[in-house]
Design a protein around this ligand. Structure first.
Ligand code: AG3
Length: 274
């Protein structure tokens, strides 16, 4: 018998993958968590029915949420990740030799546990000595830390359930305060195809807090519409006028210096949302 998993991405569209084993399934304190084997994308982490990451295409998201901000900041030493319990963002952060400390604040310890057990190529850096993993509410953590971080990444789920507060102007204000005076942050901000009003609102809210606000794009096969956005808020550094020549080369599969620039070239319908 063939088995297929479908994420219902909108009321009218889904992505369907042929599956092997369901490796793990549980209801955690915060969400339904599943780890399933897919034939096309390898192991897939699913939260509340939505695809979070897969072994085969995770590099695109994790490189783009990480290297764009870290190559915009001239000397990032202390980095914070909100969410991202699978560890993919942390793995990429540690490729930057300037980084001395990376703090991951994930609300659901089960995401960390299951990723460590079944997704070793993604979670492999969570035990590094430069990393602290804290299981707590990211919003509270950000509110309680002032002037601490060079770069913050918001590696959240969709804006439903526990993640709603991560797409709010109060949170962007708290992030501003948690950053050092020349700090910057990036949030994953969903699909310009399906989440257009969310993107407009988030952009407006970030722009009301940060002097520099920029949206960039990449293609992620397993996410709704495949076209995915990130929004950067920065106090001082502009992602398109950075001097990159003095930075160490790092090993990547998607990110290049050219992609860093081209990702900010937006299709007209996306520009019109901003
Ligand atoms: N977080 C963003 C996932 C959003 C995908 N949405 C969906 N499939 N409906 C990814 C976490 C990876 N570290």
């Amino acid at each position: 018998m063939e088995m297929w998993f479908t994420e219902k991405q909108t009321e009218n569209v889904g992505i369907t993958c042929k599956t092997g084993k369901t490796i793990h399934m549980e209801k955690t304190e915060y969400q339904d968590l599943a780890l399933i084997d897919t034939l096309q994308f390898g192991k897939m982490l699913v939260l509340d029915g939505t695809v979070q990451t897969t072994e085969k295409d995770e590099f695109i998201y994790h490189e783009m949420i990480t290297h764009v901000p870290l190559f915009t900041h001239p000397n990032p030493k202390k980095v914070l990740v909100i969410g991202g319990g699978d560890g993919g963002t942390i793995r990429e952060i540690l490729k930057h030799p300037s980084v001395e400390k990376a703090v991951l604040v994930e609300i659901d310890n089960k995401v960390v546990e299951v990723s460590k057990k079944y997704l070793p190529t993604i979670s492999c850096s969570l035990d590094d000595s430069r990393v602290s993993v804290l299981i707590e509410d990211g919003i509270k953590y950000v509110q309680n830390n002032k002037n601490e971080f060079d770069v913050i990444m918001v590696d959240s789920t969709d804006p439903v359930g526990p993640a709603v507060g991560l797409f709010a102007v109060d949170f962007y204000q708290a992030i501003y305060q948690a950053l050092k005076e020349d700090g910057l942050f990036v949030a994953q901000t969903e699909s310009p195809f399906y989440n257009n009003s969310l993107i407009s609102n988030v952009y407006r809210d970030i722009q009301s807090v940060f002097p520099i606000t920029q949206l960039y794009l990449c293609s992620i096969p397993t996410y709704p519409s495949g076209l995915w956005s990130f929004t950067m808020g920065s106090k001082k550094y502009h992602p398109l006028t950075v001097e990159q020549s003095n930075k160490a080369e790092i090993d990547t599969k998607y990110y290049t210096k050219e992609i860093h620039k081209s990702a900010f070239s937006l299709p007209k319908f996306v520009e019109d949302l901003l």
